[in-house]
Each structure stands twice: as C-alpha cells, then as structure tokens.
Design a protein around this ligand. Structure first.
Ligand code: ADP
Length: 227
C-alpha cells in the first residue's frame, strides 16, 4: 500500500523576470509522495519548496515535466474531487480565514463551498480532534491566539476528510511549546485518518516527530529524496 499519490518527473519551473540566465525555481524534480506517508520537505529559503507545494496542489503549472496524481496526469484530475481530497495549510492561518467569519463558519466553509450537506456536527468533530473547545465557535479570527488560529486552519483542512495535506511551514510562526503541541495533534490526526502529507519545515524536532521520510531541496534541485 505504498503507491505514490503524486509522482513528479523532470518538473521544471521558472518565473519570468528573474534576470537573464537566472536559475529556475525548480530545475528538474523527480519525487514520489506516497499515500499515507508524511514526507518532509526542507531546504533554505528560496530553494523552491513553496513552488513545489503549489505545483502539487495544482495552483501553479510546471513549465516542463509531468505531475501524475494517482497514476494519471494531474491536470486531468476532476477539480471538485481533487479539492476535496487534497488540502493545503499555510504558515499564516489568516490566509484561510475570512476575518468577518466566526470560527464555526471558517471551519464549515469548505463544506459550503462544495455545497455538501452539513449540520454543524462535522465542525464540532474536527474542533474536538484539534482540541478546540466549542466555546470558540462564535469567536472571530482576531479574537484567537496564533495557536488557536492554526488549529482552526487545520480543522478547516480536515473537515472535508481529505486523504492528503500540503503543509507549508504551518508551525514556524508559533512559539516552541505551542508548535510542538500542534505537531502532536497533527501526527495523531494523520495516524487516525491514514493521511499522507507534504510537510514543509525547517524544524528538526517537528520533522522527527511527524515525518516518515525527508526530501531536501537546494536551489531547485533535490539533494536528498525520501527513502
Ligand atoms: P522556498 O519556499 O523554498 O523559500 P520558493 O518556491 O518560494 O522557495 O521560491 C523559489 C524561487 O522562486 C526564489 O528565488 C523566489 O524568489 C522565486 N519565486 C517564487 N515565487 C515567485 C513569483 N511568484 N515570482 C517570481 N519569482 C518567484
């Protein structure tokens, strides 16, 4: 049961306007992201991590090479189904939160957006999983701590019952204790739900706790692949 969910081959991506002869953000990436495994992605700032994450999520197209999703070209994946099954979590949880929405609305928004039936029980279940007390349901994002807000963002990502998460430095804005607590909550959720993930992080301890393998990017090239 370790088939690749995502298989990248020869993926190249350049951005315009980076000067003549500028190196590509991704310069030929071969990478498999297995089902039900957490793959850490590390590397210096500017190495291409976010670009790779965006390509996996289908937010950015590669210039060259192929990205296959469950054995078929990613661009042929049915959009709605893909959005349900693959969710992204950002470093800044405010990106996932409309400041005018209550916590209840923020978490249920993916269900609403896909017009899926929901009665509030789904929201409560993922809040409990992320150890968010129901008393927070009526709060607005600005009334939450950074850790609470990121737990709301994780709950929101889980509410559609995805099979894969792409996490772009989700804990790097948090203090050490809060971050470690979230790493453990996320780890438990991954185990319970048999989730796979691409986990961008610089934090050795978090990677050790959460990841099954590690890929290292350096200037657009993979210098270590997950085992
Ligand atoms: P990382 O996530 O590892 O910090 P990124 O994928 O964000 O790396 O960036 C890789 C390279 O591509 C960097 O040199 C960055 O400046 C450049 N880059 C990223 N996004 C854009 C963009 N939208 N336009 C132009 N250059 C970009």
């Amino acid at each position: 049961m370790n088939a690749a969910r995502f298989a990248l081959r020869g993926v190249v991506k350049s951005y315009p306007g980076r000067g003549n002869g500028g190196t590509a953000a991704l310069a030929g990436i071969d990478l498999d992201l297995a089902e039900q495994r957490v793959t850490a992605l590390t590397g210096r700032s500017g190495a291409g991590k976010t670009t790779l994450a965006r390509i996996v999520m289908g937010f950015t197209r590669a210039d060259r090479g192929s990205v296959r999703y469950r054995g078929r070209p990613l661009e042929e994946a049915p959009q709605r189904r893909f959005r349900r099954d693959n969710q992204m979590v950002f470093q800044n949880p405010l990106l996932a939160c409309d400041p005018l929405f209550t916590v209840a609305r923020v978490i249920a928004e993916p269900l609403r957006a896909l017009r899926l039936a929901h009665d509030g029980s789904e929201t409560l279940a993922v809040m409990e999983e992320m150890e968010l007390p129901p008393a927070l349901l009526g709060r607005r994002p600005a009334e939450l701590s950074g850790g609470e807000l990121q737990r709301v963002a994780l709950a929101r990502a889980l509410v559609l019952r995805p099979g894969f998460l792409v996490l772009d430095e989700p804990f790097s804005a948090l203090d050490d204790l809060t971050a470690l607590r979230l790493v453990r909550l996320l780890k438990a959720a991954c185990r319970r739900r048999r989730l796979g993930a691409l986990f961008i992080s610089h934090h050795r301890r978090h990677i050790r706790e959460l990841a099954d393998g590690e890929a290292v990017l350096e200037r657009g090239r993979l210098i270590a692949a997950p085992g």
